[in-house]
Write a protein that binds this ligand. Structure first.
Ligand SMILES: [Mg+2]
Length: 222
């Protein structure tokens, strides 16, 4: 996977104004602001499939009900596309996300950086709005490090990155190491399958904890 910013992401970055003198929080959406797995389980049930919860990965863990065999790797992208199309706008919000982002937004600017397929960005924006999280959304493609580096350039205040996927923390660590990286997995069952991401700064397990951690760092700077 290329670490360069995808050409479809560049115009989205150009459309966002970041203030260098206001802290910046860059947050993922699936399994951070929304319960992706809860929605996926409902969808899989409708397809006569299930998730077997043996590891933090979609490949190998999505199985057919009839024979318990894993769904072919090649089928997963089509399946996920259908999932986003049907469920992207109805995924339940993670408890506390909207309230704590609203509190944090008094002192910080917030950007949602999600790898939702770009054609469903409109549905995701609608869902963010509906759930009280009406913040700018970047529908990213590929790794996140260069995008975070771009957003954080010229910042005179702390920058935070929140994501559930370890690979994204590695990418941000590589390209924007000064960014405080919070590893958070909203789904408790999924969280129990994975320890702290190697390249994260801290692992936290709820939105109140994330709020307190960010606020503590911001208070230190005053
Ligand atoms: Mg995610």
């Amino acid at each position: 996977m290329s670490s360069q910013i995808h050409e479809d992401v560049l115009p989205q970055l150009a459309a966002i104004t970041i203030q260098p003198d206001r802290p910046l929080i860059i947050t993922d959406a699936d399994e951070v602001l929304f319960h992706f797995m809860e929605g996926l389980e409902v969808f899989l049930e409708q397809q006569d499939m299930f998730f077997d919860w043996s590891s933090f990965a979609l490949h190998g863990n999505i199985r057919h009900k009839k024979d318990k065999e894993p769904v072919d790797k090649e089928q997963i992208p089509t399946l996920l596309n259908q999932f986003f199309e049907e469920h992207c706008h109805t995924l339940p919000a993670a408890p506390g996300a909207a309230e704590h982002l609203e509190l944090l937004s008094k002192n910080a600017q917030i950007v949602v950086l999600s790898n939702v397929p770009p054609k469903f960005a409109g549905l995701r924006r609608e869902s963010l709005r509906k759930n009280g999280m009406d913040f700018p959304l970047i529908a990213n493609i590929g790794s996140k490090g260069q995008v975070v580096k771009h957003l954080a350039q010229g910042m005179k205040c702390p920058v935070f990155f929140i994501d559930d996927i370890p690979m994204n923390h590695s990418s941000v660590s590589k390209h924007a190491n000064h960014v405080e990286r919070v590893h958070f997995i909203a789904d408790k069952r999924l969280a129990s399958l994975l320890g702290p991401a190697e390249h994260s700064s801290v692992r936290l397990d709820s939105w109140p904890e994330i709020h307190d951690h960010i606020q503590f760092i911001l208070n230190k700077g005053i």
